[in-house]
Ligand binder design. Structure first.
Ligand SMILES: [Zn+2]
Length: 65
């Protein structure tokens, strides 16, 4: 599977491949090497979101290297 998107190493947010910084936390530490896409629509109701310390709805990766 092609990983055409990048993931922020700080908050695990999935960002556009042409992004230079994470729109969520502003970090420029983006990785192409990630796995486990999760889409969080209601972070306040999600145990996954709680474990990942996610507070904003969006697409996130479970693992980032
Ligand atoms: Zn981020």
């Amino acid at each position: 599977m092609a990983q055409d998107r990048l993931v922020c190493r700080e908050c695990h947010r999935v960002v556009d491949p042409d992004a230079n910084t994470c729109p969520s936390c502003g970090s420029s530490s983006l990785s192409e090497d990630w796995a486990g896409l999760v889409i969080i629509t209601h972070p306040e109701k999600s145990e996954v979101a709680e474990g990942m310390e996610v507070t904003e709805p969006g697409s996130y990766a479970l693992k980032v290297r």
